[in-house]
Design a protein around this ligand. Sequence first.
Ligand code: GLU
Length: 516
Amino acid sequence: MTTQRPIRTRFAPSPTGFLHVGGLRTALYAYLLAKKEGGTFVLRIEDTDQSRSVDGAVENLLETLAVTGIEPDEGPRLADVDHDMDELHVEEVGEHGPYIQSNRLDVYKHYALQLVEQGDAYPCFCTPERLEQMRTEQQKAKQPPKYDRHCLSLSEEEVVRRIEAEESHVLRLRMPADQTITWEDAVRGTVSFESNLIDDQVLLKSDGFPTYHLAVVVDDHLMEITHVIRGEEWLSSTPKHLALYNAFGWEPPIHVHVPLLLNPDKSKLSKRQGDVSVEDFLDDGYLVPALVNFIALLGWNPKSEQELFSITELVEAFSLEDLNKSGAIFDRDKLNWMNGEYIKQHDTMDLLMHAHPFYDEKGLLEEAAKRVGASNKMDQIVMEEIAKSLSIEQTRLEKLSQVGEETDYLFVNALNYPAEDLIWKKSTQEDTVLYLNALQDLLSERPEDTWVTDALEKDVISWIAENNWKNGDVLWPLRVALTGKPKSPGPFESLWALGKERSLERISRAIELLAA
Ligand code: GLU
């Protein structure tokens, strides 16, 4: 199915307080399609279920989208922050607004009444008690739960009388009888539902708010949406929507139902098995481009070996035809690997800006400031210390929340470790003392201005060879002396990061420890 209209896609979240990674994926696909086709990506806030709406949720959602870079061309967005008030303001861009559904109640009412006039919808006065009783009876009789159309048989006079008496009521869609509702889904192919099995859905609630079904159809039509991209969980709603398009005489958009996100055990992705909100991932030190790259591949197959995609490459490569039908497993190990790749490729100084808050959170800025005698943790000299730590651990990190885990030895003054750790498994205590003494002599010769990783490595390695020693016998004790740990970054980068004075001090201390 093709459409001649300019491509317009939308992301239509309900403001529940956080952005689920599944929501980010929907937003991303809608964004990618729009960008690829030179179209427009619209954001619409679906807040008609007031019981689900959370204060500040819209602002929070807009902030998260802004951070991820998946920003709408049309819809609500954050206006300049009012510093005095310390408040975020939401403004709207675009000519199809308002884009927040609770500001469009008149529009829905208008269209709902049009349906009543046409005979495609009808008022229903049934009380919750009656509906409950009906459901219990249906259950007993093993019938599918469905409104029994009690109010469809009310006479016109009775309807008018009860409405005039302001009796509480809803408006229901009158599902057409004996029809097979079919559409060509861009992911799932031909999908059909029997209209007789579908409930007469409530369109307008007694409080004047529309239900999702009415609002989504009216808005997608008025906002000229050409592609509705959403999670598979909405599949069974689509026949109701198509019945509405048909009743209005509107052309339906192309439907694109993307597969569910699953835990490794194939259950629906849930918080019980780890974070699910975009904010949580960012707080844990995942980089935006890595998260976006990973999310893009959950349900989309680029049909190539390439795994790392920048957002520009995603726009270029994306196509609806390459979306998968089957559920996509949210493989956290793969995300960690991918994030590690992005961390590795980052320029260290630039990465430092992202990593800085994580060092701060762990109190490492204060520790470094204390150690170097800086007056506060924002001093340039503290930044330099942190940069050293980062350049050592950059290739080892899977996420920024791990900073300092392997480089903690840089931040302390004295190390605490058992003397035996210094001895390489095939070596002896005596030889270890000999190597450390020799290393101390060698290293004290090197001037401070050439105290850099590569030069130190070249020196030490060729010197070991000249002495006919084995690398392991000498480098193991050196590394433990510097870091206090058997598993730690390499000795040369540690020599560099600690500097000459601290390195020599640590070697002497190791010698003392072995002698004791
Ligand atoms: N408001 C729905 C949600 O919360 C949107 C579903 C759709 O895209 O039609 O996901």
